[in-house]
Structures are given as C-alpha cells and as structure tokens.
Design a protein around this ligand. Structure first.
Ligand SMILES: NC(=O)C1=CN([C@@H]2O[C@H](COP(=O)(O)OP(=O)(O)OC[C@H]3O[C@@H](n4cnc5c(N)ncnc54)[C@H](O)[C@@H]3O)[C@@H](O)[C@H]2O)C=CC1
Ligand SMILES: N[C@@H](CC=O)C(=O)O
Ligand code: NA
Length: 924
C-alpha cells in the first residue's frame, strides 16, 4: 500500500472515478475489495452491483462505500495523482514559451537520425525548447545485458562494453567536428572506465544492487543527450545538455515504480536554472535520482514519463512525443485494415486505450500534463506530413460549428488470453462480504483482475483474469469456499477458458443513448456470443468478454459500425456458370460505387465450380478472376477458407448452381453463422421438412437466407409476397407465367416458326435451366409454384402439384440436354398442331402455374387464353404474376417483366447481397 497522502479533496461524486494506478498494480482490485474500509463498509451495506472495465475504474453502488471512498481512505492507500505538492518558484521560467519534445530510441538510432532530430529541433521556433532523449536504439538493452553478464560472472561483459563504446564512437565520429569529438570522447572514455570498474565490482560480488544497475543502464541517455547537444551547437544554436539525475527526483513506491517528487524536483530545477542555461536544453530521458541522490530510473516507458514531468514542471505549451507511427489508431491496424489515425484523444481516452496495449502513452505519463492541460502530440519522425494524434482535454463544442464530427466511440481495443471465473450460488444474494472474500482470495495468489461484473440479482460474480493465472485463482476459490460449495450455498466456481476482451472507448459515450445498443447490435449481427459485460458509470469504456476465436471478427464488426468504415462481407460464389459469372462481373463493375457511396466492401474470397476452385486471402481481383490460380474443388475447404478468415466479420455463400447437393448444406452453413443467398430453387422446393428447418434457422438467428431470384429472377416476387403477409393481408390465389423460357417460347412460337427452333433460341439467350427439359417438363415452374405456396404457409410437397409436361414421352430418357435438343425437331408437328387449333379459336397457348391458397393446392399446365387476356400480351421472356388477396380482390396485384436471363437474375442475386449488407449495418 502506498503511504503518500492525497492533497486535493476527492469530489463527492466518486462513483465510477478512475484510478490510473490500477493498471500498474496487479492487485489493485483485490486490494480495494480486501481493504479494511471496503470490508467494513460492505459489512454494513453490501454493494448491490458493481463493474470494472479495463481495470481502470471501479464503480460501486453503495452509499456507504461511496462515502468511504470519498473520504479518501482508500484512495490514499492506492494512488496519489496530485501535483498540488508543487509550489510555484518563480526563477524557473514557465509557461507558453516552452515547447517540450521527446525523441525515443528509434529516432536516435543512427548518426543520420540524430542529425534529423537536430533539424526538427532547429525548425521549432518556440522561445524555449526542452528536448528529452532516449538512449540510441538497443543501447539500453545492451547496458542491461552488461549488468546481467557481470553478475552472472560472465567475463564477456568486457567485450560487450567495448561494443557499447564502439557504437558511440562511430556515431560521434560521423556527427561531430574534431574539437567536439575530442570533448565527447574524453567524457565517453571516462564513463567507460568508470563503468568497467563498477562492472568489475559487480562481477566479483556476483550481484548488482538496483541502484548499481540503474547507474549503469542510464549511461545510454547521458551519451545520446550530449551528442545531440553538440550537433545543435554545431548548427549555430546555443544549447546545453541536462543530466536529469540532478533535477528529477522521485520516490520509489510499493508497486516497484517511482512517483515524481515535485517539490524536490522543482527546487533542483530552480538550482539548475540559476546557472542561466540557453534556450535550448537537451535532457536525458529515463534517468532520475532519489531524494538521497542515488541514481534510479523511471522504469518502463521512462523517457515519455520524463518528458511529461519536465513538461509539467515548466508548464510547457505542448509536449511532442516523436515515434515511428503516424499516431494512435482507432483499432489495431494489423487487425482492422480500415483503422484510422485519431486526430485527437482526451486524456481519459488515451489512458483507457493505453491499458489495452494500444500504441499510446503509459497512463502515468498522462497524469503530470493533464494537471495543467498541456497537450501531448504523438508524431511520426519518419512521416512529418502526418499531423499525428493530439492528446488533450476533450475539445469543447463551438456553437456546433467547426467541429470535426467524430465517432462517439473513439477506439476499440482487445486483450487476448483471458479466462473468466464465475462464482455462482443462491447463497450470495444479500450476504455482505462475499465480494471482499472472493477478491481477498484472488489477492492472496497475486492475480490481476482485469474486469468484473455482477448483476444486481447478486447470484453470481464473474471476473476476468489472465489465462496463466486462472488455475491458481480457481484453486484458491475452491478451497476458500469449500464449505459454502459443500453446503450448496454456492453452486459453482466455474472457469471459462479462451476468452478475450473487446473494449469500446470514447468520452462522448457518456450520456449518449444508443451507443451500447449499436455496439451489441454489430456484435449480434456478426453472430458472436457475448459472455460478460462491464461498463462503469463514467461510461468511457464498454468492456465485452467473448470467445477468443470471435474476437477479431467482433472488433471488425464493431469498428465498421462506428466508423462507418466499410461493411465488409466475405463472399464465396459457388457455380460460376451463366448467373454466377454475370454476378461476378456486376460485382466488379459496381465495387467502387458500393465502397464510396454505400460503404460496402464485398470481397470475393473464393469461387468454386464443380471441378476447380480459386481462393484468396484478401479478395479475388474481379477484373481477371477467370485467370486466377485454380485448385481442385473441395467444398469443405472452400467454406472453411471463406468463413474462417478472422478479418471479415460476416460471410455469405452465394449458391449459383442448380445442384441439390449444394442446397443440402444450407442448414449447416446457417448454423455456423454463414449467410446464404441463392437463385437455386432446390432447397426451397425440396423436402418440406428441410425447408421448414431452413426457415426456422433463419428466423431464430441473425443469419440471413435470401432467395429472391428463385422466382421471377430479379422481379420482386418473394419480397412482395412476404410484404403482403407480414402486413396482415391474406393470399387467396397466385397465378402466373413463371417460366421465362416457356414465356419466351410461347410468345415467339407464332406463324410458321417451329417449336424446336424457338427452344434452341431460348437456350442460347440464357433463359433455360442448364437442361431445358427442366423448363419444358414443367418441373421448374412446379418448383416456383411450391416455393410461393410454402411462402404462403401451405405445407405442400413438390409431388402434390400436378404438372403437365411438354417433354415428349420419347425424349424423357435422353442422356443429355444436347441429345434432347437434337431430337426435338421430330416433334415439331405436334406442337404446331396445338398452336394452330388454339389460334383458330382466337386463343393463345400459355404455360401457367397456379397456387390456390384457399383450397390448399397448386397446378402447372398449358392453358389457352383469349388474345385480350393480360397473359396473352407478353413479350420476350416476361413473367407475369397475379396476386389475388383480401386487399387485392377485385383487381389482382400484378408484377410483370423479364423473369429469366443472365443480367436480370444476377441483378436479383446482387440485390439480395446488398439487402444483406444493409441488414448488417450498411446505409440503405
Ligand atoms: N438462367 C436464368 O435465367 C435463371 C437461373 N436461375 C437459377 O440460377 C442457377 C444457375 O443457373 P445458370 O447460371 O443459368 O446455370 P449454369 O449451368 O450456367 O451454371 C451453373 C454452374 O454451376 C456449376 N456447378 C454445378 N454443380 C456444382 C457444384 N456441386 N459445385 C460447384 N459448382 C457446380 C456448373 O458447373 C455451372 O458452372 C440455377 O439454380 C437456376 O435455376 C434462377 C433464375 C433465373
Ligand atoms: N429457367 C428459368 C430461369 C429462372 O428461374 C426460367 O425460364 O424461368
Ligand atoms: Na424474384
């Protein structure tokens, strides 16, 4: 426990207050729950619900506990974030004239890079500049290695020290003029010989104290700061370097970190400034001293921390942290390719993000500058054109104008390799002390609690810990609660392995309704199950626990929803025949418009024919998909490839075959969360049970199954029928010409033309089924009739529909479509006779299908219609469908238009794809 007292009174409303030190301290949550005050408070008034998300915040809904916290008892023992100990000392110039820069090891990696750093400093026109530098890249590791070798009594530390010397010698030679070089080298020699002596002592003792080690490792910064200051001077700018061990005073704390001692640092800084240094100062990052002048370091990310503390001490205008990335991303760009660089982040958002390992500052770096509202800018030294990310107080709205509209959720982050522990039982409700007992036990095994959730029914508490700590935690809880478990007061201590956390972070989430609804909707639509949820009442972070396997997909689904980055769909096309290949061409032509205007990114990850298939990890180039590398078709592998690409939250398989074997897989695909779109009639016209199972699956999950093109191709037949039913209309009869092929044939079978000639023409035009006998036999129309009948809630099988076949008896056994077409002319006279008979009576032949909903039956047959009848007025491959319903009784609702052909059918499938994208969140 820390012993430093908090200076400022904590505001009374501490519900959901954030403590940045939690994330440093592996047992903070346990400490809090195990603390005497908490136990006492809870003993009298059990918190009925609480949550901690991202480990930075604990919200507690009990007045007594709230009072306990606001009385500072707990805070004082956990964290001191105050800078109020500092007293103003006027001799150190302070304020806007200061610009602070920090350059990390990568920026200082070579002589050329150090030169580059010097140029950036020289270009900064600020009145005063304070520049904090890290050691040259890899040097700190080399220094730690020296200590390690020496204390392991490994004599090679001597040559390793030579390497360190060599590295700096070569860099200095490249950078400095003769005189400066001489000055620097004499210092370097001196330091190296001191280090040699110290390492020798460590070698003999076989042990290095922490201050010995800190003394050794800090030399990298001493040398880089001096070299840079020489380079600045060489460019004609007065400059001096600062050994921050003289100025930066820190107190060690119990979590093996250090806390800045602002009072003492301020005094030392004043003393240092009494020497009247020039306006440009190059200071060593990372290193500091204790009040007793013992060298120490600021531990991990120490140089950033040095910059923040010094920036706060001089009240700088801005602290710029130079690094090798363009700024902070809205999500890990390795996982979300559309992640964007955030222009601004509030201090709170930055430390929430940094907890999740995002490339942001360590929370403790933010604390010193936050006190004085000093912005921190993260910039890329290798890309000066990138403006970087500014971490500052949340920008205020200015009359609603001039504001950059930012997403309410700023960023998303994930943590993998977690396990959830669920402690459950009826004996917990209303029993004060359960929480503190659980977390007391967790504290005893030193595990880090990452998030906590308890619903107000108090029957279970669940919390996440790193997978590697879960066994110890589970064991200790089992043994601690043995009695309660045996007595049945607790039913179980359950461990759920392989979990991840997805966190949504954003200050504007606070009091914005609908954020969590949108987030959870995106996750649900990606068919991902949520295991646990936590959101503290400061509302900056919603933490969701899910299966690790689902995590990247969840991240992408959530990111795309809030950033309106593309709704990305991984598409697999099966059957690149006439319709399939036309669809691929339409996708190719429309891709850019979809991306730009509708934020839809359809990626064809695979195309499979019956013999070969092609697969891609990022999307097949549709301008030349026919040339794409092929492999032997393997449906299982194909589906796995398209679906199990974790970068795409949603998968759709488009079946463009006429194959029932493919249709047999739909149920399985839907169960796996794969959406299915098809013009193939086999599934919906196959066995009734399977059809019902399909519809059931579709209704009970967020997985979609669309099949508009199965009837009337691109005409909106299914959608219209569903619309009538959903709005409460009653269907009485559906009658129509459902076959584009047969419509075309009978519209063109006039005058002296032969039947077989018109059939071949229809096949050539792409209206027919792969085998035209499927059309002429009436089975294709019968399938459409059964699809509409089932859609109208009739429970009919295909065999229940009487069908009049137009395939001459003798040709039914033909082994191929080609043989059939070849032999068909032999029957032309029979067809001509029937046509002429009808014509003689002023009638035409039309092949129709009827769904008689009232009488629960259907029929498919060749009928004769008067020349004035609407069915006689068709041309081309027109379908015409008349819905007679309760609302459309006197005049049926009629839909007419081309109902077959490559373009219109593929268009119908494409329109289903867009409907799916819109269901998944794309703008409609
Ligand atoms: N052509 C049209 O106007 C319309 C067609 N449809 C339906 O669209 C679907 C496709 O029709 P078309 O493109 O005209 O036929 P098509 O014969 O040109 O294309 C079908 C493709 O699927 C492939 N295929 C067959 N079995 C396969 C399997 N197991 N795995 C992978 N690929 C396989 C075939 O090799 C062929 O490339 C059919 O179900 C048809 O009923 C629906 C409405 C209108
Ligand atoms: N072959 C069919 C195509 C559409 O389903 C037809 O002719 O209508
Ligand atoms: Na249709």
């Amino acid at each position: 426990m820390r012993s430093i007292a908090m200076s400022p009174p904590v505001p009374a409303a501490v519900l959901g207050r954030r403590y940045t030190h939690f994330s440093d301290d592996p047992i903070s949550a346990s400490h809090l729950f195990a603390s005497t005050i908490f136990q006492q408070s809870c003993a009298r008034s059990k918190p009925v619900g609480w949550a901690c998300g991202g480990a930075l915040r604990i919200s507690c809904f009990s007045k007594r506990v709230k009072r306990a916290i606001s009385n500072n008892h707990i805070l004082a023992s956990i964290a001191d974030v105050s800078l109020d100990q500092t007293t103003e000392i006027s001799k150190v110039p302070k304020g806007d004239m200061w610009s602070v820069h920090k350059f990390g090891g990568t920026c200082m990696g070579t002589a050329k890079r150090i030169q580059n750093v010097a140029e950036i400093i020289l270009q900064d026109s600020s009145e005063r500049k304070l520049v904090i530098v890290s050691a040259m890249s890899k040097v700190t590791d080399m220094m730690y290695n020296l200590v390690y070798k020496a204390q392991s009594r490994d004599g090679s530390y001597v040559s390793a020290l030579d390497d360190v010397f060599e590295k700096h010698l070569l860099t200095a030679k490249e950078l400095l003029d003769v005189d400066d070089l001489e000055g620097f080298l004499s210092l370097l020699h001196n330091d190296i010989s001191n280090l040699k002596a110290m390492l020798r002592a460590i070698y003999i003792a076989g042990h290095a104290t922490e201050s010995f080690s800190d003394f050794v490792v800090g030399h990298g910064e001493l040398w880089s700061a001096q070299m840079l200051s020489y380079v600045i001077k060489k460019n004609g700018k007065p400059c001096c370097w600062m050994d921050t061990r003289e100025v930066l005073i820190v107190d060690p704390n119990s979590s093996n970190q250090v806390d800045p001692n602002y009072v003492e640092s301020e005094k030392r800084l004043e003393k240092w400034f009494a020497q009247q240094p020039p306006d440009t100062i190059i200071a060593t990052g990372f290193i500091a001293s204790t009040p007793q002048n013992i060298p120490t370091t600021l531990k991990r990310d120490g140089s950033d921390f040095s910059a923040a503390i010094l920036g706060a001490l001089v009240r700088a205008r801005q602290v710029t942290i130079w690094t090798d990335v363009d700024g902070v991303f809205s999500a890990d760009p390795r996982k979300v390719s559309e992640a964007v660089i955030l222009r601004t982040l509030s201090y709170q958002e930055a430390w929430e993000m940094s907890y999740f390992g995002a490339n942001v500052l360590h929370p403790r770096t933010i604390i010193p500058v936050m006190k004085y509202n000093i912005p921190i800018v993260i910039r890329n030294i290798f890309n000066l054109s990138a403006p970087g990310t500014m971490i500052c107080q949340q920008p205020q709205k200015e009359n609603g104008e001039g504001m950059i509209l930012e997403s309410v959720v700023k960023a998303f982050a994930t943590i993998d390799n977690l396990a959830l522990i669920n402690v459950e039982g009826t004996g917990m409700a209303g029993v004060p002390g359960t929480a503190s007992a659980i977390f007391g036990a967790v504290k005893d095994v030193g595990a880090n609690v990452i998030m906590i959730s308890q619903a107000s029914s108090e029957h279970s508490i669940c919390f996440a810990v790193p997978e590697k700590e879960v066994k110890a935690v589970a064991d200790v809880l089992q043994s601690y609660f043995r009695q309660a478990l045996d007595a049945g007061r607790l039913s179980q201590v359950e461990v759920i392995h392989n979990c991840s956390i997805l966190a949504a972070v954003g200050q504007k989430m606070a009091s914005t309704p609908g954020v969590s609804a949108t987030l959870f909707d995106a996750i649900a639509k990606a068919n991902i199950n949520v295991r646990a949820i936590a959101q503290g009442c400061s509302e900056y972070n919603i933490t969701i626990v899910l299966k690790q396997d689902d995590c990247v997909r969840a991240l992408r689904a959530a990111h795309s929803r809030f950033y309106l980055s593309k709704t990305t769909l991984a598409v697999g096309v099966i059957g690149p025949g006439l319709i399939g290949s036309t669809l691929l061409d339409q996708l190719r032509d429309q891709a850019a418009v979809l991306k730009e205007s509708f934020n839809i990114d359809l990626r064809v990850m695979g195309i499979s024919g019956s013999k070969n298939m092609m697969l891609s990890y990022s999307g097949i180039d549709l301008t030349k998909w026919r040339e794409h590398q092929k492999e032997k078709a393997d449906l299982e592998k194909f589906v796995r490839h398209v679906h199990e690409n974790h970068f795409f939250p949603n998968t759709v398989l488009v079946d463009c075959t006429a194959d029932s074997d493919i249709a047999n897989h739909y149920c399985d695909w839907l169960r796996k969360g794969i959406h299915v779109i098809t013009p193939n009639k086999k599934a919906n016209s196959g066995p009734l049970d399977r059809y019902r199972e399909l519809r059931k699956l579709q209704r009970k999950s967020y997985t979609h199954y669309f099949y508009e093109a199965t009837v009337g191709a691109g005409l909106p037949i299914i959608r219209t029928l569903q619309g009538l039913l959903e709005t409460g209309d009653k269907i009485l009869q559906i009658e129509g010409i459902f076959s584009g092929t047969l419509s075309y044939i009978f519209n063109n079978f006039k005058g002296t033309r032969s039947f077989s000639d018109v059939v071949s023409e229809a096949k050539k035009a792409g209206y027919t089924e792969p085998d035209p006998r499927d059309d002429l036999s009436g089975s294709d129309v019968a399938r459409k009739v059964i699809i509409l009948a089932r859609e109208s809630n009739l429970k009919l099988e295909l065999s229940d529909i009487p069908v009049q076949s137009l395939v001459p008896e003798q040709l039914r056994a033909c082994s191929s479509a080609e043989e059939f077409l070849q032999k068909l002319p032999n029957f032309d006279d029979d067809f001509s006779k029937e046509r002429n008979d009808a014509e003689a009576k002023g009638e035409v032949l039309r092949y129709v299908g009827v769904v008689d909903v009232v009488n629960n039956k259907g029929v498919v047959e060749l009928r004769r219609y008067k020349k004035e009848h609407p069915f006689a007025q068709l041309c081309g491959s027109d379908n015409i469908i008349a819905f007679t319903t309760q609302r459309y009784k006197d005049q049926p609702l009629i839909i007419r238009g081309p109902g077959a052909g490559a373009e219109v059918t593929a268009g119908g499938v494409f329109s289903d794809l867009l409907r799916l994208a819109s269901y998944l969140g794309a703008p409609s």
